[in-house]
Design a protein. Structure first.
Length: 341
């Protein structure tokens, strides 16, 4: 046989093997999806419509249950969050998500041939995608202001965990009405102890908005310490209010912040406990959750907060009263990044 003939046979064999391998992988994936959907302990997901518009009170979250809708946005009734969840066929896939007043922000991975990139996508009440904005690292936190006008997101641009000190973040704020983007809060002036503060090691993360479309709260890290700051968008300044605050979440009535606080004596990789801070008195209250929570909690109402903890499917959602009383309990399996609409 000629060299050309031998080469043709070799190419044909390689192609046949590639097709067989591809078919095997696809069949195994389909079997796995069917098996995971049939797991008796797994959440049930049906296909339907998911939106952010007015209607009965409900939760929207990133679905972590295995199957064709994993990582897509799903919805359940807020009154029965552990019930059957609904996901849209070919729905929106997000790593982090938040929404308010019919506007959402979805932090997404864009899968490339060699590496992934990330972006923030603004969506409307029907989850139709609008403008896209590049995110310069691994998405971590997302928030939309109560009016829907502003969106904020945080990404790791160095490191991938808040537990240590060797990381850097980038936090952006977007005016969804005008499209004006502040790519980094590090351009804001800092007021600490009544004086302007400057340092090369400044990091911001975990924005939460007030209702006035002017002010926000966030975490500032500098000098190996973290602080709660209140930001003013028109003046582009933040003012330090309180120490040892991470990932703040403002209550619906605007009077309290729930956050994760580093507590001495806890393991280095699980150093946090949930606390509530009264913004008028600056009095702290430890919540009843005794496990380490690495999440930016959301308020389900004026009295309770919801947050994620590791679970069999990746993460589960729990709830606890925000006044330090009661006990935490599991709310939803296989879910993360919840929003109450």
């Amino acid at each position: 046989m000629s060299h050309r003939g031998k080469f043709s046979v070799l190419v044909a064999v390689v192609l046949v093997l590639a097709v067989v391998a591809t078919v095997s992988v696809l069949r195994a994936s389909a079997r796995a999806d069917r098996r995971d959907q049939a797991r008796p302990d797994g959440p049930r997901v049906t296909t339907g419509e998911v939106g952010l518009g007015p209607g009965a009170r409900r939760m929207v979250f990133r679905n972590m249950a295995w199957g064709p809708h994993r990582d897509e946005l799903a919805s359940t009734a807020a009154s029965a969050p552990a019930g059957t969840r609904t996901a849209t066929a070919g729905g929106l896939t997000c790593l982090r998500f938040h929404a308010a007043s019919g506007t959402g922000v979805c932090l997404q991975a864009v899968h490339g041939a060699l590496t992934d990139t990330y972006r923030a996508t603004v969506v409307d009440a029907r989850l139709h995608e609008g403008a896209h904005y590049p995110v310069p690292g691994i998405p971590s936190r997302a928030r939309v202001s109560p009016s829907g006008r502003y969106a904020a997101w945080t990404a790791f641009v160095g490191g991938d965990s808040y537990a240590g000190t060797d990381f850097s973040t980038r936090t952006a704020i977007l005016d969804t009405r005008t499209g004006k983007l502040t790519p980094s809060l590090e351009v804001y002036g800092i007021v600490k102890d009544g004086r302007r503060y400057r340092s090369a090691d400044v990091n911001f993360w975990g924005v939460t908005f007030e209702r006035d479309d002017r002010h926000f709260y966030a975490t500032l890290a500098t000098g190996r310490k973290t602080y709660l700051v209140r930001g003013d968008m028109p003046t582009r300044t933040v003012t330090v209010l309180h120490q040892n605050v991470e990932c703040p979440s403002l209550s619906p009535d605007g009077t309290r912040i729930v956050y994760k606080k580093r507590v001495a004596g806890l393991p280095a990789d699980a150093p946090w406990r949930l606390y509530a801070l009264d913004l008028r008195t600056m009095r702290e209250t430890a919540l009843a959750e005794s496990r380490s929570v690495d999440d930016q909690a959301v308020w389900s109402d004026d009295r309770h907060v919801t947050y994620a903890l590791p679970g069999d499917f990746g993460a589960d959602l729990y709830t606890v009263p925000a006044d330090g009383r009661g006990t935490p309990h599991e709310l939803v399996k296989a879910a993360v990044s919840p929003v109450y609409l």
